[in-house]
Design a binder for this molecule. Structure first.
Ligand SMILES: [Ca+2]
Ligand SMILES: [Ca+2]
Length: 283
């Protein structure tokens, strides 16, 4: 038994398990380069600027089936190069993961994320969703040596106040065997909420209804819902009607039912109930 454990430990250490994510350089276009990380390698091929060929990113390792991610390249469009990092996100294998984040362009939208992950001898492309902002870099939010996607919950944006007015409660996603799991509610990440709470509370004290929403949501996760709700009732902006009516759309985007809430606390209670009931999912 002791000998088996020693072998497993050795395999896990084959890739420096506690390395921070490391941004990788792109080759000059046109050109190709291969980078080696323990057993795994990554080949990045950049097309000629004037061609319509895609950017190709290939992950491979000895005795595994490689995978190639193709990213669109349009010489006529104003486009952004991908940001590629090597990170340790999935401990179910002994290889690192390759994290690709690319800005789609446009106001406030989006960093498109894909991750190359080795699952049962086969490299896979994991769709990591589209996130508000220009770039996502994974980070180790609980200090266990593995990186997670840590980002504000975009469902709070614009909801009860303007885009840049209030912060958003944090969401955490962990990569496990080729799938991203929402682990936000794990007690391991309550430290992030404790850190955010004073800012949200201050924003709420300043009568920002977006900040009050974030404050109540985060305080509830910390077991302090009643105290936060009372604080919100004392401080929310009664003049604002931002977010007091909303439209529940059909799949085609057509407004199926318009709902008007009599007050901000009613709208907030409905919103919090809805996000708590929602299946965790990527943006
Ligand atoms: Ca790994
Ligand atoms: Ca971690």
């Amino acid at each position: 038994m002791r000998a088996e454990l020693a072998v497993i430990g050795l395999l896990l250490l084959a890739w420096p398990a506690r390395a921070a994510p490391q941004k990788l350089p792109l080759p000059q276009a046109p050109g190709e380069q291969t980078l080696q990380f323990g057993d795994a390698s990554l080949t990045i091929a950049m097309p000629a600027p004037e061609s319509h060929d895609s950017i190709r990113i290939t992950a491979s390792a000895l005795d595994t089936k490689p995978v190639t991610l193709s990213l669109d390249h349009d010489p006529e469009a104003h486009e952004f190069p991908p940001d590629i990092s090597v990170a340790e996100m999935d401990s179910s294998n002994t290889t690192p993961e390759f994290f690709i984040s690319r800005f789609s362009g446009g106001a406030h939208c989006c960093a498109m994320v894909q991750i190359l992950d080795l699952v049962a001898g086969q490299w896979r492309i994991v769709d990591g969703g589209g996130w508000d902002g220009s770039e996502i870099i994974p980070q180790d939010a609980d200090g266990d040596g593995e990186e997670e996607i840590v980002h504000g919950d975009d469902r709070f944006l614009y909801l009860f106040s303007c885009y840049a007015c209030a912060g958003t409660p944090v969401q955490v996603f962990k990569l496990v065997e080729g799938a991203l799991a929402d682990v936000t509610m794990s007690p391991l990440f309550r430290g992030l909420d404790e850190k955010d709470l004073p800012d949200f509370k201050q924003g709420c004290a300043d009568h920002d209804n977006g900040a009050c929403a974030a404050y109540v949501a985060v305080a509830s996760r910390l077991g302090r819902h009643d105290e936060a709700w009372r604080f919100m009732l004392e401080h929310y902006n009664r003049e604002s009607n931002w977010g007091l009516s909303e439209c529940f759309a059909t799949h085609s985007g057509k407004c199926a039912a318009e709902v008007d809430y009599p007050s901000y606390p009613d709208a907030l209670a409905a919103f919090l109930a809805r996000i708590n009931a929602a299946e965790p999912s990527l943006p």
